[in-house]
Design a protein around this ligand. Structure first.
Ligand code: NAD
Length: 445
């Protein structure tokens, strides 16, 4: 792709599919040898299913809901990716998230392709009964387009172990007589879930950050001990990141949820935070803390910033104000390409989503294997395997970044619109693998 085209794209880098394509082009313009025709396939989802269905609400009324499931690519195996429930989600974003899953699975080396699903709804305004009916109806609408060897959902934004139980049960009712446990991951342990899956994404984020920092990749930060951390999002991922970072010696000084954030420069007491959130449904107002907005939380003076909520949080508009030395993308797509460019200009390191939050799909893979073999591994075994995968992915990404940097240094002209960073290096590793396997398999027929 021409650099002028790339620059044009950057002007609208807030749309999810544009962001995916810009990031893809950032990688492609740095790998001359790659088969461009095969990569072109990766710009488009392989299969998109959109469904519309009615649900009887608790008050007897009937409401229409829309959902979708996108399989981006199946070169490496069945589709794998979360189901999110959110009022603002759309097909464009789900397609972009499915592509991220393709890169992530290739990078972390699990035998899955990328997928993602969503139902447009506001879970905060729905009862548990209504959520159950929505989940069941959505899964029945997807029919045989999901399955243990076809496409395997997991939790994402505003879905959890309970949602995955309903997914399993619905599929199991539709396919009775089989061992159907491997159709969905992130289930409760009693239902065939893996121990350690609930914490896996957050734990993987911390393993990756610790290893990356330990490799002296972040100027001014040599370990997590005493490092100050701000986290946007206090859900499944954000709360575990807070707890694990604290266990690794870091000081959590700021946290937020959808309603806003809290700051305590001396370090938040996480047990008090969790108890307050349980009782009040919000973090705001915890005694001894200063309240802040979600926007301001991102700009807090800290060593490590962890966006663990929504996409597009750090962009052209606010990246200049970020003060952290390292941004760790626990969420999917929290930094836009323009945000990347500004952060790089300020010397701020970024641990990209496809690397940082790959712990979730890694332990989902472990769960799938355990389900197919009717086994239950111990927590130590799960965590040890997760640690190895995360450290290896950090190692290969950093090595690739170093070799690309050396190559680029040798070239006389540097006409790239975006800086060479870890996101690009990690994506290049994923693309290399996807293109190699596609070539080995051959284009059908
Ligand atoms: P969750 O629903 O458990 O938690 C989301 C959190 O974000 C909540 O605390 C919510 O209050 C907060 N939030 C919502 N809107 C916000 C806003 N505008 N500003 C600040 N905070 C806001 O979801 P989760 O599973 O923790 O997922 C969080 C992110 O991590 C998502 O981007 C998801 O795609 C990504 N992720 C999740 C997993 C997983 O295993 N759950 C795996 C990989 C990536």
């Amino acid at each position: 792709m021409e650099q002028s085209e790339l620059k044009q794209n950057s002007a609208k880098d807030n749309s999810a599919d544009t962001m995916t394509n810009i990031n893809l082009d950032r990688a492609l313009c740095r790998i001359a040898h790659i088969h461009k025709g095969i990569v072109e396939v990766l710009r488009y989802p392989k299969r998109v299913i959109s469904v519309t269905f009615p649900i009887e609400m608790d008050d007897g009324s009937v409401q229409i809901f829309k959902g979708c499931r996108v399989v981006h690519n199946r070169t490496l195996g069945p589709g794998k990716g979360g189901i999110r429930f959110h009022p603002d989600v759309d097909l464009n974003e789900v397609s972009a998230l499915a592509a991220l899953m393709t890169w992530k699975c290739a990078l972390i080396e699990v035998p899955f392709g990328g997928a993602k699903g969503a139902v447009i709804c506001d879970p905060k305004k729905l009862s548990s009964h209504e959520l159950r009916r929505i989940t069941r109806r959505f899964i029945s609408e997807l029919g045989d387009n999901i399955g243990p060897y076809i496409d395997i959902p997991s939790p994402d934004l505003y879905t959890n172990e309970q949602t995955m139980s309903w997914v399993f049960d619905t599929y199991d009712v539709m396919h009775s007589g089989n061992n159907n446990r491997a159709v969905v991951t992130g289930k409760p342990v009693a239902l065939g879930g893996s121990v350690g899956r609930r914490e896996a994404t957050g734990r993987g984020v911390c393993y990756a950050a610790r290893h990356f920092i330990g490799k002296h990749m972040v100027p001014g930060l040599s370990n997590l001990n005493g490092a100050t951390v701000a986290i946007q999002g206090f859900g499944n991922v954000g709360a575990v990141v807070a707890e694990q970072m604290h266990c690794m010696g870091a000081k959590i000084i700021a946290l937020s949820d959808s309603q806003g954030g809290i700051i305590d420069k001396e370090g938040l007491n996480l047990a008090e935070v969790a108890a307050y959130k349980r009782e009040h449904g919000s973090l705001i107002g915890l005694p001894g803390t200063m309240s802040t907005t979600n926007d301001a939380l991102l700009e807090v003076d800290c060593d490590i910033l962890v966006p663990a909520a929504l996409s597009h949080q750090i962009c052209a508009h606010n990246a200049e104000q970020i003060k952290a030395k390292l941004v760790v993308e626990a969420a999917n797509g929290p930094i836009t390409p323009e945000g990347d460019r500004i952060l790089a200009g300020k010397g701020i390191q970024v641990l990209p989503d496809i690397l940082a939050n790959a712990g979730g799909v890694t332990v989902s893979y472990f769960e799938w294997v355990q389900n197919l073999e009717n086994q239950q591994w111990e927590l130590d075994e799960v965590n040890e395997k997760l640690l190895k995968k995360m450290n290896k992915a950090v190692d290969v990404s950093v090595e690739r970044l170093k070799s690309l940097t050396a190559e680029e240094g040798e070239q006389s002209e540097d006409g790239h619109a975006y800086p060479l960073d870890l996101r690009t290096a990690a994506l290049i590793i994923a693309l290399d693998k996807l293109v190699a396997v596609t070539s080995q398999r051959g284009i059908w027929p």
